[in-house]
Design a protein around this ligand. Structure first.
Ligand SMILES: Cc1cc2nc3c(=O)[nH]c(=O)nc-3n(C[C@H](O)[C@H](O)[C@H](O)COP(=O)(O)OP(=O)(O)OC[C@H]3O[C@@H](n4cnc5c(N)ncnc54)[C@H](O)[C@@H]3O)c2cc1C
Length: 287
């Protein structure tokens, strides 16, 4: 591992750290705690030409089986949030829960749709996370990234946001933090909104998953197509299509990543055979 003064973990156990609870291990993980630490860490990794991937809560990723030679830059300790004139500036490792707690304390509204999404801010900005037509892109003013090891502030217009898509999927940027634009609101109304989003999510499947596996194709819901193709309950080894929400794959019996990938392939083929629609993964495959 690179000699650098930040918390390290060797190896990094994917089954332990990911919400899907499967996979082998990465060679190791670094946990920078400040902008200065992540800047020097990324500079050192780039300088040494060491492959790495930046990860938050690992709630939308399928790790590989076996031992990966890629290092993980975890943003879990890169937390910190401050109030600004028109919202907040938060670091990439801030979780949705911590963000919403701070916003409520500061009487700031607009991010409540993130309630219950088990993300870090960095993961949400990368994935353009959201629900029911509300996405993080809409409340983002600018995103601070490490691009080629240098800190750069990107206006939201330069982040290439579209449905479950961002420029970060096509760049090697490391998201460090973001300015979010929020409105003043009283705490009672904020609590009501949070409650509304929590209630909406109560029906989601429990257990180890990556959330929705597929993006919704234009004009259709991936979950309905999968259900319509009769795939609820379809199983490969320890991985099964949820009976509650067909766009979720649940790891209920120590599934391997390979079994989950096989199940994803079966779903795509069956949906295409029935509807001539090609489902596209929302989840990201880790190297
Ligand atoms: C039960 C459940 C419910 C879910 N519900 C929703 C939902 O309602 N709506 C929704 O949109 N999603 C949902 N998800 C999916 C997931 O929570 C979101 O996509 C979330 O934004 C991922 O954040 P994360 O911190 O876990 O990112 P990770 O899974 O750690 O990473 C996701 C991707 O972002 C990249 N990334 C992460 N942080 C950085 C960074 N700092 N810099 C550069 N790249 C980075 C990673 O390399 C990876 O490619 C759900 C997941 C689960 C398990």
């Amino acid at each position: 591992m690179i000699k650098i003064s930040c918390v390290k973990e060797t190896p990094f156990d994917y089954a332990k750290h990911s919400s899907i609870g499967c996979g082998g291990s990465a060679i190791g993980a670094y946990y920078p705690k400040s902008v200065e630490e992540i800047e020097s860490l990324v500079g050192a990794l780039l300088g040494a030409k060491k492959p790495f991937i930046t990860l938050g809560n690992l709630t939308n990723v399928l790790p590989p089986d076996g031992e990966s030679q890629t290092s993980v830059v975890s943003t879990k300790l890169l937390t910190g949030i401050e109030r600004t004139d028109c919202g907040v500036f938060a670091l990439a490792g801030v979780t949705s829960g911590a963000l919403l707690k701070a916003c409520k304390a500061w009487n700031l509204s607009g991010a409540e749709f993130l309630a219950g999404i088990p993300c870090t801010l960095g993961g949400a900005l990368y994935m353009n996370a959201g629900v029911s037509g509300e996405y993080i892109a809409e409340i983002t003013e600018s995103v601070t990234v490490l691009r080629g090891g240098k800190l750069v502030v990107l206006d939201v217009a330069d982040c290439g946001y579209a449905y479950k898509s961002s420029v970060f999927m096509r760049s090697n940027d490391v998201i460090v933090g973001a300015h979010l634009r929020l409105q003043r609101e009283n705490q009672e109304n904020i609590s009501e909104k949070l409650q509304k989003y929590h209630v909406k999510r109560a029906h989601l499947p429990k257990g180890k998953s990556m959330g929705c596996v597929f993006k919704n194709p234009t004009g259709a819901l991936a979950g309905k197509l999968i259900e319509g193709a009769g795939l609820k309950g379809l199983r490969v080894g320890g991985a099964v299509v949820s009976e509650i929400h067909a766009n979720f794959i649940i790891n209920d019996k120590n599934a391997t990543a390979t079994q989950i990938k096989t199940l994803i392939g079966l779903i795509k083929n069956a949906v295409f055979a029935q509807y001539k629609i090609r489902l596209e993964e929302e989840i990201r495959y880790l190297p």
